[in-house]
Design a binder for this molecule. Structure first.
Ligand code: SAH
Length: 338
């Protein structure tokens, strides 16, 4: 059993099952996540107990095989226990350090503009492998983590239960205690899971990859739209906002001469129709795939039209493009050329 796979509640239950005092689970949890303890020593366990626990639990993290760093970003290539690879990114934001984690090896969503989906899903990541990315980054770069985005390789809502446990571990007061507004899950719009996410005991922030203002265009970019069209996605997002009081971010990648026309902005504002969403405009990061990034004037103009129509819109700061660590550039296929 890997320690990093346990929410605090599950660890307490496990301790109880082992006839250990469940309250001790809280102390170990705090020690590992806050003080970086690497095992069961130093918590006042009888020696026999410490040995028994050490035999049962491992504290193994994914293996760091490559590390790249620039002024405001860093990227780790990690090798998982079965030899698969994933990437994890650290962004030094104005509010603090934010880690972008992967949730699957490959991805089945097939979004046309995304490098990460070029390799089909091979498997879901286990909870300890998702948590392990955050712990590995924090140890590798000796930094405190203030925010987490579930926006790396994979579709988080296609690995729902593990992602739910992951966010519970991130926001646990006795652990990393990352504020819930600073833990964001991004989905391409798997509608039933948006409703399920709204019902979690501790829902965090939600971002939805919209990327187009009408179904025809969205279906041509994101095949998932055939199953869950825009109206259903936005209805679920509205429910989420009402249930949790978290405002939803609609992500919109600007692709030159594809979805960046003035009428797209007007149509997008019409879709939002005064609902409590905000739009996060993402300049397209170049990949092997055939799309271009619009120039800065087009982006500013798109943003202006949204604002004129009463929509709150922000432009996402670009991180890590020099490290091939930006949105959509992460890869899981390390057999191929970088
Ligand atoms: N599967 C999830 C999370 C992974 S992608 C989702 O679809 O939301 C995280 C974000 O980066 C998504 O909004 C995705 O559409 C966007 N993205 C993918 N490729 C990109 C690229 N080349 N440039 C900019 N953003 C990209």
């Amino acid at each position: 059993m890997n320690f990093f796979g346990f929410t605090l509640r599950k660890l307490r239950d496990k301790f109880a099952e082992l006839d250990e005092n469940p309250a001790k689970a809280d102390i170990v949890y705090r020690g590992v996540y806050k003080d970086v303890a690497r095992g069961f020593g130093g918590f006042g366990f009888a020696e026999r107990t410490a040995v028994r626990l050490a035999e049962l639990f491992s504290f193994e993290l994914p293996e760091v095989v490559e590390k790249r760093e620039s002024a405001d970003a860093a990227k780790l290539l990690l090798k998982l226990k079965d030899g698969e690879f994933v990437e994890t990114v650290l962004m030094r934001q104005c509010f603090g350090n934010c880690v972008c984690v992967s949730t699957q090896v490959g991805c089945n969503m097939g979004c046309k503009f995304c490098q990460s989906g070029q390799m089909k899903k091979r498997r879901n990541l286990d909870v300890d492998e998702i948590v392990g990315q955050v712990v590995a980054i924090s140890r590798e770069f000796s930094c405190k983590i203030d925010g987490v985005s579930v926006m790396g390789i994979g579709e988080p809502f296609d690995n729902f239960q593990n992602v739910a446990d992951f966010i519970s571990i991130m926001s646990e007061d006795k652990g990393l205690a990352i504020g819930r507004r600073h833990v964001t899950v991004s989905t391409c719009g798997i509608v039933p899971r948006i409703y399920e996410y709204a019902e979690l005991e501790e829902p965090c922030s939600l971002a939805i990859s919209l990327h187009a203002p009408n179904d025809d265009l969205r279906t041509s970019l994101m095949p998932i739209n055939k199953k869950y069209p825009i109206s259903e996605v936005l209805k679920a997002a509205e429910y989420y906002t009402q249930r949790t009081c978290h405002r939803v971010a609609l992500e919109y990648i600007l692709l030159d001469n594809v979805n960046d026309f003035d009428e797209c902005a007007v149509q997008l504002a019409g879709l939002i129709g005064g609902r409590d969403f905000y739009v996060n405009l993402i300049p397209y990061n170049s990949t092997d795939v055939d799309f271009c990034k619009p120039d800065a004037d087009k982006l500013a103009n798109f943003c202006k039209i949204l604002k004129e129509h009463g929509v709150i819109a922000t432009k996402r700061r670009e991180f890590g493009a020099d490290l091939k660590a930006a949105c959509g550039q992460l890869r899981a296929d390390y057999g191929k050329d970088d």
